[in-house]
Design a protein around this ligand. Structure first.
Ligand code: SF4
Length: 474
């Protein structure tokens, strides 16, 4: 029996198949087409939405936007690969109606419209709201480190430069000492060694000069580190696998794990980044109040106060840090505060009173009871350096107390946080293969990440309501 075979390539078909026949009703390209067609690209900030009156006609930004949304949805992000796909991929031939922009046009479009991609992402969030895909009660906020177009070898911190210079000086001293010894010897072998050492010394001096000039540039900029390929990228100490990159912050809704807001920074740490992302998410969801959960890396009093003032009930566990924790003494959370008397009760059941010594800068008040500490049998577990134990209290610490009380009532919320957020990062990095940026500079990678988040949300929404459901809502 013969295998199933296609028709002869040279055969003339009586009724040629139309390109539309190759794209079924549930193909995501049909949604991309309708979604972009329904947008006001001029209002979204795209360039050249109205064709110029003179000159060679340019591509419609709508077509190039469709191409990029398709590409990010299908793990094709490079402009050269997108150009190739427009010629051989039937879905793209359908979506682009046979247009084949060259890679430079495709790349320039992404570079020139980087800020407008945020509006496209926002437009899809509105569509998801219309479809009731957001629960709008609980969001999880977290950050992931994504590689930049900058190798570790081209990123220098002050500490790294100091280490390089010290090592170069030591090696130089060693080469010079060996050169002196070799010079004293006679014969062809010593002459060859002299030449070899002289070359090494010259090369080392050139490298040393380069490090010195980078150090001078760092001093001039007043920065702690510098990246030579992508100047905005930074060493991500908490993510050694990433090396040099950016920190992409996302807020994800609990109901269907859809992204609500994104923000890319070059901060190595998440500290102080909660309020910004959570407030953006709250605005995008159009609610008066919302709950936000984040890991202990986000615990910063001032940030949590901003959240509370904005109507965001935060859940962030208090990290165990500070000198008492380091030295193994009673931790701050083992002292209970009584707001009615404005006192702390210590593990020795003594009351610590405020001493009203605060500075305007830190807004901290200290509590103590020297007499009780003097006679206390637990003193060795409580303090060693000071004559008595002091406990500090921030002027807005009631915000943190309220948050701890909320956390105590919902002990499983941190597990829920991981379930919400890990799915998103896993899908973006593994499923969509978008764990590294292709562009340089912060504003460009922000545009890129908005496209990544948009593609993630489209994938997720298709899984939940299907292409037909999305088409109905457009
Ligand atoms: S040393 Fe002072 S603060 Fe510490 S447990 Fe004893 S009385 Fe309380």
């Amino acid at each position: 029996m013969a295998h199933i075979s296609g028709h002869d390539r040279s055969q003339v078909l009586l009724l040629p198949a139309s390109v539309d026949d190759y794209v079924d009703a549930n193909n995501p390209v049909r949604f991309i087409d309708a979604f972009v067609a329904g947008m006001d690209l001029g209002a979204a900030g795209f360039c050249r939405t109205a064709p110029a009156g003179t000159g060679r006609p340019g591509y419609d930004p709508a077509d190039l936007l469709k191409l990029y949304i398709y590409g990010y949805l299908n793990r094709v992000r490079s402009s050269r690969r997108l150009e190739a796909e427009t010629q051989r991929n039937l879905e793209l031939i359908w979506l682009m109606r046979g247009l084949h922009p060259d890679f430079k046009t495709i790349a320039d479009f992404r570079r020139d419209n980087k800020q407008a991609f945020q509006s496209v992402f926002g437009e899809f969030v509105l569509l998801c709201r219309k479809l009731d895909l957001y629960g709008r009660e609980l969001i999880a906020v977290d950050g992931t480190r994504l590689k930049a177009v900058n190798s570790r070898a081209r990123n220098f911190s002050k500490e790294r430069l100091a280490k390089f210079l010290k090592a170069a000086d030591e090696r130089l001293a060693d080469y010079l000492a060996r050169l002196d010894r070799t010079d004293a010897e006679e014969g062809p072998v010593s002459r060859a060694r002299t030449v070899d050492l002289s070359e090494k010394i010259a090369s080392l001096k050139r490298r040393r000069e380069r490090y010195e000039s980078i150090k001078a540039e760092l001093d001039r900029l007043g920065e702690n580190q510098i990246s030579l390929t992508d100047p905005d990228s930074r060493g991500m100490a908490t993510a050694p696998k990433v090396g040099v990159g950016y920190n992409a912050q996302v807020a994800v809704d609990d109901k269907y794990k859809l992204i609500v807001s994104v923000e890319v920074t070059n901060e190595g740490s998440d500290l102080g980044l909660l309020a910004q992302t959570a407030c953006q998410a709250k605005d995008a969801l159009g609610v008066e109040t919302i709950e936000a959960v984040a890991d202990r890396g986000y615990f910063k009093g001032e940030d949590l106060k901003v959240c509370e003032d904005a109507g965001i009930k935060a859940y962030v566990p208090r990290p165990q840090r500070g000198p008492a924790v380091r030295d193994g003494f009673f931790r701050k959370d083992e002292f209970s505060y009584d707001p009615s008397t404005d006192t702390y009760q210590c593990p020795g059941k003594q009351e610590l009173h405020p001493i009203f010594r605060s500075t305007a800068k830190t807004e901290w008040r200290r509590y103590e009871n020297p007499a009780a500490c003097k006679a206390c049998v637990l003193r060795t577990q409580c303090t060693n350096s000071s004559p008595h134990r002091q406990v500090g209290r921030w002027i807005n610490e009631a915000v943190l107390d309220r948050m701890e009380a909320r956390l105590a009532l919902r002990p499983h919320i941190m597990k829920r946080r991981s379930e919400i957020i890990e799915h998103v990062f896993g899908t973006i990095k593994q499923g969509m293969n978008q764990g590294a940026f292709l562009m340089r500079r912060l504003e460009n990678v922000s545009g890129e990440f908005n496209l990544t988040a948009l593609a993630y949300n489209i994938r997720r929404a298709i899984t939940i309501v299907g292409v037909a459901g999305l088409l109905e809502a457009v």
